[in-house]
Design a protein around this ligand. Structure first.
Ligand code: CA
Length: 241
């Protein structure tokens, strides 16, 4: 159930001089999570593991190795070897690439253009490590993103739910937490952003119940990126942007 913007407003929690918005990528800017969840399920089954698609959404944001080892410990009581982890992850990526390329999330580009018009900095903080990430972003969201304001799998040691990726985003942007908001779709992403001390808007673009996001401390919950885009003027006024 969507909470109204007014109900969830805690004036002291809202950034008062917003300078930047930090976006997660999968499930926020791209509708890529259904394919990721299917690929995880198939790849793990290929190696004798049971990882239901729904559970894959709960692990979203973790590094691949971390996800694999959670399932491995549960099923076999031990972690996988580094070599096998790489093999499993390779198969997962192969399955993922068999699916059609993910489409941009409806409402995402429109929202990004609004932020640009306000002169806000726009950052990406993703656990993804695709080499062609920036090319793809530039294709779908021309002129929005630059390498200097991106945090990817290549930049961090500890993935979400550790705050490291978001803290690095703040550092790259020369920003303080209270000048920013994060847009996230995954429970562990919300946890990471909140641990970094940043106001976090959750968009529930997947199959999980809303409380999976609010239990992690999301400050605001919206049902889609389009809903966030449509609410942006109202929110923006509260953010002092
Ligand atoms: Ca995500």
């Amino acid at each position: 159930m969507q909470q109204s913007l007014t109900d969830t407003t805690k004036a002291q929690g809202f950034p008062q001089r917003l300078r930047a918005v930090l976006f997660d990528m999968d499930g926020v800017l791209y509708n890529s999570m259904p394919s990721h969840a299917k690929a995880w399920h198939r790849a793990m089954a290929h190696f004798g593991y049971d990882l239901p698609e729904q559970e894959a959404y709960m692990h979203e944001g973790r590094t691949g190795a971390s996800t694999i080892n959670i399932v491995s410990r549960r099923q076999r009581g031990v972690e996988e070897s580094e070599e096998r982890i790489q093999e499993i992850y390779r198969v997962k990526s192969q399955f993922f690439n068999e699916y059609p390329p993910a489409e941009p999330m409806p409402g995402a580009l429109e929202l990004l253009r609004k932020l640009q018009a306000q002169g806000l900095k726009i950052l990406i903080v993703t656990g993804s490590g695709q080499a062609s990430l920036l090319d793809r972003l530039n294709h779908h969201f021309p002129g929005v993103f630059c390498r200097e304001l991106m945090v990817t799998a290549f930049d961090v040691k500890r993935g979400k739910p550790d705050p490291e990726p978001y803290l690095m985003g703040l550092q790259k942007g020369g920003l303080r937490a209270e000048e920013c908001v994060v847009v996230e779709n995954a429970p562990l992403g919300v946890r990471a952003a909140k641990a970094a001390g940043i106001f976090t808007i959750a968009v529930n673009t997947g199959p999980l119940p809303d409380n999976a996001l609010t239990d992690e401390g999301a400050d605001l919950l919206l049902p889609s990126m389009q809903a966030l885009c449509d609410s942006w003027e109202e929110l923006s006024a509260r953010f002092g942007a």
